[in-house]
Design a protein around this ligand. Structure first.
Ligand code: PEP
Length: 250
């Protein structure tokens, strides 16, 4: 039985004041929810504030990115150990916005995945096809390439302590959600790819759906056999909406 996981990706949003209000609302809504792991991924500069605000509540902290390096002359970067010092337990790697705007390659993303794990944190590998790729019938090949980048570099064992988020690029921030059947098809494909290498890893992998998830569609998506939770962007910035989603995962 895989435990549901719902992570909020705040992207580059928030102020000290709005964060305090949001975390206060989430703490109240999450109190007593013990069958779902709930987390928020704020911009790096706010992680220390969120650690303090979250206190000993059941809100976990994730980071949106990490350096492949352990330390040194890498201006602007944060290492996985630095994130760990501030209570981070999950790190998003390979989000489509970073693949697009920072030109992150599958090879670099695999290195970030490994750097996260080496620090004892859990990487959340974000994968997904563009609309153009889907329409060209490339869903399977795109997902296979993105999943295999980690296996090729570090072996299937690397997926033992990791999460995968399937996020069709055409559904992120667009208001267009994949239908539960479309999402299930992709999730089943991901699990099949892992199962071809290691059945136990495949059975235990939490595979999250991301792409315009809202309280109104979360229950149907997360009821699908291979959908184990959500990676939520826009709707994670409003406490009532995010709570509506993690409550649907129960
Ligand atoms: C995301 O940024 O990972 C995401 C899924 O965004 P949204 O929910 O806004 O589509």
């Amino acid at each position: 039985m895989r435990r549901p996981l719902v992570l909020g990706n705040w992207k580059m949003n928030g102020t000290k004041a709005s964060n305090a209000e949001l975390i206060e609302g989430l703490k109240a809504a999450a109190a007593g929810v013990d069958s779902v792991t709930i987390g928020v991924c704020p911009p790096a500069v706010f992680i220390a504030q969120i650690q303090e605000l979250a206190g000993d509540s059941n809100i976990c902290i994730g980071a949106q990115d990490v350096s492949v390096h352990a330390g040194g002359a890498y201006t602007g970067e944060c290492s996985a150990d630095m994130l760990k010092e501030f209570g981070v337990s999950y790190v998003l790697v390979g989000h489509s916005e970073r693949r697009t705007y920072q030109n992150e390659s599958d090879e670099l993303i695999a290195k970030k995945f490994k750097a996260t794990q080496d620090a004892g944190l859990v990487p959340v590998l974000c994968i997904g096809e563009t609309l153009e790729e889907r329409e060209a019938g490339k869903l399977e090949s795109v997902i296979t390439t993105q999943v295999n980048a980690v296996i090729d570099a570090y072996g299937i064992e690397a997926y033992k302590n990791a999460v995968i988020a399937y996020e069709p690029v055409w559904a992120i921030g667009t208001g267009v959600t994949a239908s539960s059947e479309q999402a299930q098809e992709a999730h089943a494909l991901i699990r099949k790819l892992l199962a071809a290498k290691d059945a136990e890893v495949a059975a235990g992998m939490q595979i999250l759906y991301g792409g315009s998830m809202k309280p109104g569609n979360a229950a149907e998506l997360m009821a699908m056999e291979d959908i184990d939770g959500g990676l939520v962007g826009g709707a994670s910035l409003v406490a009532a909406d995010f709570a509506g989603i993690f409550n649907a995962a129960k």
